[in-house]
Design a binder for this molecule. Sequence first.
Ligand code: 5AD
Ligand code: SF4
Length: 439
Amino acid sequence: MKYFIHTYGCQMNVHDSEKIAGILESLGYESCKNAAEADAVVFNTCCIRATAEQKIYGHIGELKKIKRQNPNMIVAVCGCMSQQDGVAEKIKDSYPFVDIVLGTSNLTMLKDAVINARSKKKSFNVDFVSYKEEDFVESRTSFPNAWVNINYGCNNFCTYCIVPYVRGRERSRSLADIISEINSLLKDGYKEITLLGQNVNSYGHDLQNGENFAQLLHEIGKLEGKFRLRFMTSHPKDLSEEVIEAVSAYPNICNNIHLPVQSGSTEILRRMNRRYTREDYLKLIEKIRAKLPDVGITTDIMVGFPGESEQDFSDTLDLVRQAKFSSAFCFVYSRRKGTPAYSMPNQIPSDVKRSRITQLLACQNEVTKEISREMLGKRFEILVEGANDHYKNTMCGRTESGRLVNFVGDENSIGEFVTVEIEKAKSATLWGRIVTEEK
Ligand code: 5AD
Ligand code: SF4
């Protein structure tokens, strides 16, 4: 029996798909390359923007024909989209060939749901239940990197964002559990650990014993052996001096911080409920660069939030030039039902949004090119992550600061650290050559 998982959205979902894969493998399924040859198809969905949702409904619809040819195929819809109000009912009504709908918190129920679906019993459950990490045995797919959840959910309620409604309130894992998971991953040969949380900086706020994110970083920093630690996402309002200190204190912790700014306008930030100003953000960046001179700071930015004026938008462009992000994920604001921004006045017309996103992308592209040019001729330690899909005998990996570099190499080196000299740095993509090898 074979399974296929369609994964949409962020790294949190990528990691949840590893948990889904683990459950299916425990039931005797093996992974395969496309839905048409699968006996079980899982959609692990995202609802952060309307475009994601439309695409997913389209893909679910496409399965109708395939299932007609293979009536025993099990179809499951999991993840953030199914957790939204009304979606489970909509799927039940409009996609009757779907056997299972589970919310983000109901993953532990997938095993029984699949067993029931084999005897044609449907399972729809999106009532919130809390699970423990120990309930899962992941089938990991991103060697040499391993994702590790540290906290789930979000309490911030940024006014545009659906995540707090579909992922629930913040829940932190205990520090001891996280360390023990990381220890076993390192023992298994993983070379990069990426801590995941909607807001990693608020890790521990809900724990009784005062454990916090800086403390967690210290504990991981002290672990022996050569590996890299990354973490995402940091909320600017919660990134403490102690965390910056910890990143600077341990060579294993990468000088790489994902710090979504969302907008360069203080007024828009206020209406987004971000709880920092443009000036706070720029000061924070200065503080980070003072302690971590070669840090790579990446960000998320949105254009077209309700009421965003030309001046607000030009403040965003100006911040992008000042902040010198090594890269930025740029989004067009998408109206999400159930969020406060949905009913804010002065929604921005789509042609204005399109024009702003084009300008924003061009602006960040210039910044990225400039940073790339500064890297020319310099040497960086790279963790070899995998083969470049488009070029033969070409591997890729990241610098400590998070920049992706391509170089000639072979697949045996995946998971090794190499030193690469940058030879071509035209745009976002860097090319280099291996100069020495460290094992
Ligand atoms: N519209 C557009 N982008 C959004 N994001 C979150 N909600 C929305 C929305 N409604 C973006 C933010 C966040 C990233 C994960 O997705 O920039 O940081
Ligand atoms: Fe959404 Fe804001 Fe929470 Fe990030 S911090 S998940 S943007 S509500």
